[in-house]
Design a binder for this molecule. Sequence first.
Ligand SMILES: Cc1cc2nc3c(=O)[nH]c(=O)nc-3n(C[C@H](O)[C@H](O)[C@H](O)COP(=O)(O)OP(=O)(O)OC[C@H]3O[C@@H](n4cnc5c(N)ncnc54)[C@H](O)[C@@H]3O)c2cc1C
Length: 200
Amino acid sequence: MTSPSTDGASRRHRVVVVGGGFGGLHAVRALRGAPVEITLVDRRNYHLFQPLVYQVATGALSPGEIAVPLRHIFQRDRNVRVVLGEVTRIDLHGRQLLYRPAESDHGDDRGTLAYDSLVVAAGSSYSYFGRDEWGTLAPSVKSIEDAIEVRRRILAAFEAAEIETDPARKQALLDLETVQVRDRRGGSRTTENEFSTVQT
Ligand SMILES: Cc1cc2nc3c(=O)[nH]c(=O)nc-3n(C[C@H](O)[C@H](O)[C@H](O)COP(=O)(O)OP(=O)(O)OC[C@H]3O[C@@H](n4cnc5c(N)ncnc54)[C@H](O)[C@@H]3O)c2cc1C
């Protein structure tokens, strides 16, 4: 697949994929045999297997067991390039996105990536239903950083219980609560009904 460049010559179609989670990986895998140039940009240089983040948070697995470097996944695919950076802006009209490179000293958006087709698979974040202060007590469990923080809290509570002499207080330190909130329609149907596409 070719696209005309500004000087009239043809070049390979450029696909930029934002996000190396399940969504981004599937998009790149589906396209890697196609005659296109793919750039996968993520603020992390690894794919995180999110369903196992709980196991890291509870000490059953180590972080390295649920994270695979993106470059390793696509090392044999000559038309796939991996870029480490935080995407900060998408210029739909100019068909380019701006990103902050990983080690940017200035915190500015110095990187640009031009595209012919863009796939945005940047994931989601927790909702506390307007009660963001709950986040301090019930942190998200979506990243390695989250998991390590939750694990730290659990182990610190167990250590405190170990030296606690008051039985009631000891029990309180050993009690853990997990909270799952479902929307009124029943969780899984949320994304199904809220998916949308943008064509430019
Ligand atoms: C603890 C837990 C357990 C789960 N268990 C299950 C399960 O059993 N079964 C199931 O089907 N699903 C499960 N899920 C849900 C499933 O893991 C997610 O739906 C899936 O990982 C979402 O994939 P994604 O590609 O949309 O987003 P993500 O995996 O979040 O990937 C988004 C990527 O985009 C990158 N990114 C985001 N913003 C930017 C930016 N501005 N610039 C650059 N990069 C950016 C992120 O670094 C990330 O790599 C679970 C989720 C969690 C947290």
